[in-house]
Design a protein around this ligand. Structure first.
Ligand SMILES: *Cc1c(COP(=O)(O)O)cnc(C)c1O
Length: 219
């Protein structure tokens, strides 16, 4: 794990994806110096938040239902997976109740699989043209997130990340030209993070490479 962490450029933030792992396992990773952890189930995240040190920065990386936003709004730092106006409005509302700003990434569907959530590039354009984000005082659009197709075809993965990077660059020069908050590109997991970093990722989300394979049977 240490060699892997040393190999990551300073400009790239590491989110340790701790979903399904115990608080003891996360505490061990914390003791080795990791401070940013990612979870994809609201209830699991809340439980871990209460049991673990308070200087952990918690990221939410999975599909988020609007009725679950209230559980994580008091403490979540960055939500990687915003994919509708309704969800963004709900996050803004719950952030306001907690008198804090929650950073959000817009999730873009770049993979070929049907099951992945996120805006298509066309839907993203539509969403951006229809929403006035300055009205949402308690959320900050901090950038984009994407998941590449699960495949051994590295050319395909590279193309998908490249597409996302292009969309990100274009938005930085247009919609978000006067908004320095829009600066993060969350792409890259255990199997494809090297390609993602080469394609300009600023945040990688790494689970199995840090914690080993997940065992869903224990749950
Ligand atoms: C589980 C998960 C990861 C981490 O996956 P690994 O392959 O274990 O690194 C990253 N991003 C999202 C959205 C995930 O759900």
């Amino acid at each position: 794990m240490n060699d892997f962490i040393k190999s990551i450029p300073d400009s790239v933030k590491l989110v340790a994806v701790s979903k399904t792992h115990t608080v003891e396992t996360i505490q061990q990773a914390y003791n080795k110096g990791l401070r940013i952890f990612g979870e994809n189930k609201p209830q699991e995240l809340v439980k871990k938040y209460y049991e673990l040190p308070k200087d952990i920065e918690w990221h939410f990386i999975g599909h988020l239902q609007t009725n679950k936003v209230k559980y994580i709004a008091p403490f979540v730092e960055l939500i990687h997976s915003v994919d509708s106006s309704k969800l963004l409005a709900e996050i803004n509302k719950e952030a306001a109740k907690n008198n804090r700003i929650i950073k959000c990434l817009l999730q873009v569907h770049i993979a070929q699989e049907e099951t992945k959530f996120g805006f298509t590039p066309e839907e993203l354009q539509q969403f951006l043209s229809e929403n006035d984000f300055s009205q949402n005082r308690f959320t900050q659009i901090a950038g984009l997130m994407g998941i590449a197709t699960f495949t051994d075809n590295t050319t395909q993965i590279r193309n998908e990340f490249h597409t996302l990077r292009k969309i990100f660059d274009t938005l930085k020069q247009t919609t978000f030209a006067n908004n320095s908050d829009f600066c993060e590109l969350s792409m890259g997991m255990s199997n494809d993070y090297k390609i993602a970093i080469n394609e300009g990722s600023t945040i990688i989300r790494i689970g199995s490479l840090i914690f080993g394979e997940r065992d869903y049977s224990k749950k």
